[in-house]
Design a protein around this ligand. Structure first.
Ligand code: HSE
Length: 458
């Protein structure tokens, strides 16, 4: 039988470097913490061979000791100490690297900063923490000469941070666009393919461990905006600019628009898009129409995918599980392996320690949503008997809105109405809003227009 040399006992014990383990303190034993521990324990020999040394979890801090013991059972044997004091772990002299998996931004920020102050490297999958406090944390890490690695923070199983920092490091990146929230994609897929209601699909995503502790972050686009700001930081050399990301989630999406889009040949996906636009950036998260044949439109369930367009490599696509326990553990362990391998290299060059040189770069100007150009899907509910469709189109044209396709469709609930569905040419959002404002007060046009961006990502 074939024996992978990486898994043989020869690699597991005799190499001199292997006698100096990388000592890990794990904060939290929830979805991410337990997945990380499981991967580290199951693949210990293989990971040691690839790292050149063993990676040993020495301490685990949890909130509830009894619950953790009951939940983890055998996984906590073998020299792993369980405690309920995270501060003692980050300050412990026998810990080289702190893996933060407790989530949130308050306690996590304080613990991570303390770990750095204590001269410990940090690995985290906490996108909220880095999107909101990344500049402070990276600067502290650089000053102390330690690494903050966060592969698990974005599109968990996909090594996209490493792809941007290493594989594509010779490229000028023009744009990236991705499905980067597994929960939203899972909900959209379950609603479309299984006819599930929104609440039922969300409950299932929570049961499977995909959703954030506060699932509003998933469905309102906030989690995707956190991740987009980290992707943009790596792609464009800016600090994370989460506050500037234009953010819309799937919570305001109506089923009727998903159906109409499908009839017109489009799928609807929650995309995060970051694009160079002259000296500024577009940073946006929103439900987006994509042609059904587009590769990103084929990404279903909790899967994620990120398309990157750069000057030398052209267009590349990265696909994989976007949520899950061991899927995130896989990324956290990859960061630990990097750390174990590169401990002798200058901190600023380690992977993927610092997204940028703090202080050396300024935040990029980010375009207002109104100035961002794309095609649009527009639904206007109109009086079936009184409206003059040519008049509506004429008014929109007068305001600079050119329509590439128009359909008049039955209203799903009200037989006295029709849905006027328009696909526009590429234009600025504020031009469209001005034009829609001009027709929306007509008595024959009812309610607010539903507007979704349409991208071809060519
Ligand atoms: N709640 C996140 C998602 C988990 O659904 O994508 C992984 O970051």
């Amino acid at each position: 039988m074939y024996q992978d040399p990486l898994e043989s006992s020869h690699y597991g014990g005799t190499h001199t470097a292997l006698s100096i383990p990388l000592r890990v303190g794990l904060l939290g034993l929830g979805t991410v913490g337990s997945g990380t521990l499981a991967v580290l324990q199951r693949n210990a020999a293989l990971i040691a061979a690839r790292s050149g040394r063993r990676i040993e979890v020495r301490q685990v801090a949890v909130r509830d000791l009894e619950r953790a013991r009951a939940r983890m059972g055998a996984a906590l044997q073998g020299g792993v100490q369980l405690c309920d004091d995270a501060w003692s772990v980050v300050r412990h002299p026998d810990i080289d690297v702190v893996v933060e998996t407790i989530g949130g931004t308050t306690a996590a920020r304080a613990l991570v900063l303390e770990a750095i102050a204590q001269g410990k490297h940090v690995v985290t999958a906490n996108k909220a923490l880095l999107a909101e406090h990344g500049s402070e944390i990276f600067a502290a890490a650089q000053a102390r000469g330690v690494v903050v690695a966060y592969e698990g923070a974005v599109a968990v199983s996909i090594p996209i941070i490493k792809a941007l920092r290493e594989g594509l490091s010779g490229n000028r990146i023009e744009w990236l666009a991705g499905i980067i929230n597994g929960t939203s994609n899972f909900i959209l897929t379950a609603m479309r393919e299984q006819g599930m209601g929104f609440a039922q699909a969300l409950a299932l995503a929570q049961e499977k461990g995909y959703a954030e502790a506060d699932p509003a972050f998933d469905v309102q686009g906030v989690d995707a905006a956190h991740k987009l700001s980290l992707l943009a930081a790596n792609a464009f050399g800016t600090p994370p600019q989460f506050a500037q990301v234009h953010t819309e989630g799937i919570d305001r999406l109506e089923g009727v628009d998903v159906d109409f889009a499908q009839r017109l040949g489009y799928g609807v996906k929650l995309l995060g898009i970051a694009r160079r636009c002259g000296d500024a950036l577009e940073l946006r998260v929103h439900p987006t129409l994509l042609p059904q044949g587009h590769l990103l439109a084929q990404v279903h369930g909790s899967m994620n995918a990120i398309m990157v367009h750069s000057d030398a490599a052209g267009t590349t696509l990265f696909y994989g599980a976007g949520a899950g326990s061991e899927q995130t553990g896989s990324a956290v362990v990859a960061d630990l392996v990097d750390l174990a391998r590169s401990a002798q290299v200058a901190a600023a060059l380690r992977v993927p320690a610092l997204a940028f040189q703090p202080g050396a770069v300024r935040p990029a100007p980010v375009l207002d949503d109104g100035a961002v150009r794309s095609a649009f899907y527009v639904r206007l509910d109109v009086d079936r008997f009184e409206v003059s469709v040519p008049q509506v189109l004429q008014q929109l044209a007068l305001e600079g809105v050119r329509v590439q396709r128009m359909e008049v469709l039955a209203h799903p609930q009200d037989s006295t109405l029709r849905c006027l569905v328009l696909l526009t040419e590429v234009l600025r959002r504020d031009t469209l809003d001005t034009a829609l404002a001009a027709v929306q007060h007509w008595p024959t046009v009812l309610g607010q227009a539903q507007v979704l961006r349409l991208e071809t990502l060519g």
